[in-house]
Design a protein around this ligand. Structure first.
Ligand SMILES: Nc1nc2c(c(=O)[nH]1)N[C@H]1C(S)=C(S)[C@@H](COP(=O)(O)O)O[C@H]1N2
Ligand SMILES: [Mo]
Length: 384
């Protein structure tokens, strides 16, 4: 089997470095002058994968573009926006080639929602699994603006037999490596998929897929094709490494450490309910409130509650949810913790989503370490 990625350290952490100066150099090879990104945590030497540091993750409802995590399988490309077209082919009456100006002439649509890499939290998977050792920060919340996939497909005249949207980006892998060709259910992408050319009110940055990328609210990042060049409705799903081997999810829970067989898995779609503690004091005093903050999100449209426990999950107290929310966006939360006794307090956070799914103590085991959402804990030294 051809490996999809060049050999790299099994543990990205050992080579992790602050990106302040290197981001420009690495990205510059393919993209041209990119200003240095502030304090990102680089996960690999090649390609440029970087996560948002935990303490900067929950600072604002919208993640600033230059703090937003970056993930791609090989060197990014930057199609020239002046000559770029989006081809619409496959099961359509009338194939299209839309320029950026053509796209911008269509009715606008926006979605403020979470983009999370399926591998976020892989570093915490036990037993350890190979892959980029993302910790907390391969996730962000942004306002994505562009046009509805549905509107584009309507203009091309979608044929009845089409069930899957095949998507293609402009980036090309090194020799002998399978391309990042993907597909997703047309039903989902027609419901709320967006072809976005803006991120948080700015033109979509090159590292995030300019001129345009797919936005799939509630679904994992691997569906969000960057540098989108072609979409093609088809009766059957796409085949290939990134459909049949990677990005698959167990049909039923299994024994940690035992790999699932292909027939025991299906394509990974929705995110799992998850809360992340982004800020917590190292120390506190009995009877004095100390504030913890975080973010919570899910693959269902909203987060219903976030709760904290200081007794290993026996009892839970509700956090206060931030006012800002949109379908499939994250909720900021805060919790005033008043310790009752001195010593080390271990706090746990768990989220419950609008469909009633409760974040589990332990994540669903899978050999790729996808969608880790086990309870996070923080220790606080409590003094008299
Ligand atoms: N063309 C292309 N699109 C891609 C990828 C890629 O390698 N090539 N990586 C995907 C993965 S795995 C993730 S998690 C998201 C990351 O998006 P971001 O870099 O904007 O955060 O892009 C997705 N889209
Ligand atoms: Mo990803």
């Amino acid at each position: 089997m051809v490996r999809p990625e060049p050999p790299r350290s099994r543990f990205g952490l050992s080579r992790r470095a602050f990106l302040a100066t290197t981001a420009a150099g690495l990205a510059g090879a393919a993209i041209g002058a990119t200003p240095p990104r502030p304090r990102m945590l680089q996960m690999n030497g090649y390609p440029l994968d970087a996560e948002t540091p935990l303490d900067l993750l929950g600072r604002s409802y919208l993640t600033p573009n230059d703090l937003f995590y970056v993930r791609h399988h090989w060197n990014p490309t930057m199609p020239d926006p002046a000559t770029w077209v989006l081809k619409v082919e496959g099961e359509v009456e009338k194939p299209l080639a839309l320029s950026l100006a053509d796209l911008k002439a269509l009715p606008r649509a926006s979605a403020t929602c979470v983009l999370q890499c399926a591998g976020n939290g892989r570093a915490f998977q036990r037993p350890v699994v190979p892959g980029v050792q993302w910790r907390y920060g391969a996730v962000g919340n942004a306002k994505w603006t562009g046009v509805r996939v549905k509107d584009v497909l309507e203009r091309a005249g979608l044929k009845a037999g089409a069930k899957h949207l095949h998507t293609f980006g402009a980036d090309a892998p090194p020799e002998k490596v399978p391309p990042f060709h993907r597909s997703l259910e047309l039903e989902k992408v027609r419901e709320d998929g967006i072809i976005a050319f803006e991120m948080n009110g700015e033109p979509l940055p090159p590292l995030h897929g300019a001129p345009a990328r797919l936005v799939v609210p509630g679904w994992a990042g691997d569906h969000w094709m960057k540098w989108l060049g072609r979409i093609s409705p088809q009766a059957a799903p796409q085949t290939g490494f990134y459909m049949d081997v990677a990005y698959r999810w167990p049909n039923a829970p299994g024994e940690p450490g035992i790999a699932f067989k292909p027939e025991e898995m299906h394509s990974l779609t929705e995110l799992s309910v998850k809360s992340t503690i982004t800020e917590a004091p190292k120390s506190a005093r009995v009877g004095h409130a100390a504030t913890l903050r975080g973010v919570a999100f899910s693959g269902s449209p909203d987060v219903a509650k976030v709760e904290l426990s200081d007794d290993g999950g026996a009892t839970w107290a509700p956090a206060t949810l931030g006012r800002d929310h949109d379908p499939y966006a994250w909720r900021l939360w805060s919790f005033a913790y008043t310790p009752r006794k001195p010593g080390r307090a271990t706090l746990l956070a768990r989220a419950t989503d609008s469909r009633g799914s409760v974040q589990p103590k332990d994540p669903v085991w899978n050999q790729s370490g996808y969608l880790h959402n086990g309870w996070q804990s923080v220790d606080i030294e409590v003094g008299e």
